[in-house]
Design a protein around this ligand. Structure first.
Ligand code: NCD
Length: 357
């Protein structure tokens, strides 16, 4: 990255954003995002990356804004990433785990969300085991809701960081062959990725054993009323055919916490037939990228050597996740400039020129 690029962002990384292309009060899934809206997020994330690369990565763009993380399910990267995203932008960030919140005393989701709003939450970032929970929350509060994963349904911020990471390598997603491999049926990442990739014009291929592919995935099998349930994708049960010519391979964890029994004869057999290995990746495009949303189980869905190999950009995905979440928090805040923080102001100069050499 050049010094000129690093020095460019001001204390108002979002100033000048194409707000007209952003119409969302909440981020619940990508099924209602247009390509222009996705591009608005990714372009802003580029500018947020520049802020993250500064020696002191802090800007006051969201000063006085309160982000509350409400996680009813385990999380390492998503939660830490939202916390950091809020802090870098100067927001107040409070994180709650359902295991220690009043949910344990029987409080309902609606009561919890309304309570957090009454305390002062501007945005509630929520992860829940039940598909649809963030939609329910959004109907009962005027805080913005961000879905950080709901059951097997959606994980839109993961999909956006995946799109961002692919775009940062190839410049565009249009026409790129992107293959999702593994437990498609129970993966919220796969569902949101499918929407986002399709919107960006990628060729989407999903691959897994028939028992781990959702019913109705083949567009031709869908009854008319279900036609819009998922975008058109190519379905493959043969991993070698799926990987052939792929620009991007995304390996997915077996979501055993959401699987009913009897879907796989054994883990050993699953790994033998569907593990992403160096031998299999040899059929991909020579410049292919290997991705995984994490947490990964090396030796099951992905071989250890390729997970850390030359084509793997798994850690880049995690880093980019902070920038993408900064962009989303900023867009949801509706701010177009930071309070008192223009490039020439005191706040602006306090962060200006803090670029890492
Ligand atoms: C995913 C999730 O929780 O949906 N992880 C993540 O957020 N990066 C995928 C998974 O759990 O396998």
């Amino acid at each position: 990255m050049t010094a000129a690029r690093i020095a460019a962002p001001s204390a108002t990384p979002g100033a000048g954003t194409d707000a007209a292309a952003w119409q969302h009060r909440h981020v619940l899934d990508l099924d209602d995002f247009t390509r222009a809206e996705i591009e608005t997020v990714l372009d802003l994330a580029d500018r947020m990356r520049e802020v993250l690369d500064r020696r002191i990565a802090r800007v006051p763009a969201l000063r006085g804004y309160t982000v509350m993380n409400l996680f009813y399910e385990a999380s390492t990267r998503t939660r830490a990433s939202f916390e950091l995203a809020g802090k870098v932008l100067g927001a107040d960030v409070i994180s709650l785990s359902a295991s220690t919140a009043s949910v344990q005393k029987g409080e309902s989701l609606i009561d919890t969300v309304r309570t957090l709003r009454a305390i002062g939450a501007d945005v509630i970032v929520m992860r829940h085991a039940a598909s649809g929970a963030p939609y329910l929350a959004a109907r009962h509060t005027d805080a913005a809701i961000v879905n950080a994963g709901d059951g097997a349904h959606a994980h839109p911020t993961q999909a956006l960081l995946d799109l961002y990471t692919i775009r940062s390598h190839f410049g565009s997603l249009a026409g790129k062959r992107v293959v999702l491999i593994g437990d498609i049926a129970h993966s919220r990442v796969a569902r949101s990725d499918m929407w986002g990739l399709a919107a960006m014009g990628a060729e989407v291929v999903v691959c897994g054993p028939p028992t781990l592919l959702p019913r109705g995935l083949r567009a031709a099998d869908r009854p008319t009323h279900a036609a819009p349930a998922l975008p058109a994708v190519t379905v493959e049960t043969d991993i070698d055919r799926a990987i052939a010519g792929a620009h991007v391979v995304i390996a997915l964890r077996l979501q055993s916490e959401r699987q009913e029994g009897g879907l796989l004869p054994s883990l050993h057999e699953y790994a033998a037939l569907y593990q992403v290995t160096a031998a299999r990746l040899a059929r991909a495009h020579p410049d292919h990228l290997l991705m995984h949303p994490g947490p990964k189980n090396e030796g099951i869905e992905i071989a250890g050597d390729v997970a850390t190999g030359a084509h793997s950009i798994i850690e880049e995905q995690v880093t980019n996740g902070v920038a993408v979440r900064m962009a989303l928090l900023y867009l949801l805040s509706g701010r177009t400039e930071s309070p008192g923080g223009g490039p020439g102001s005191a706040a602006g100069s306090a962060v200006g020129g803090e670029a890492r050499a």
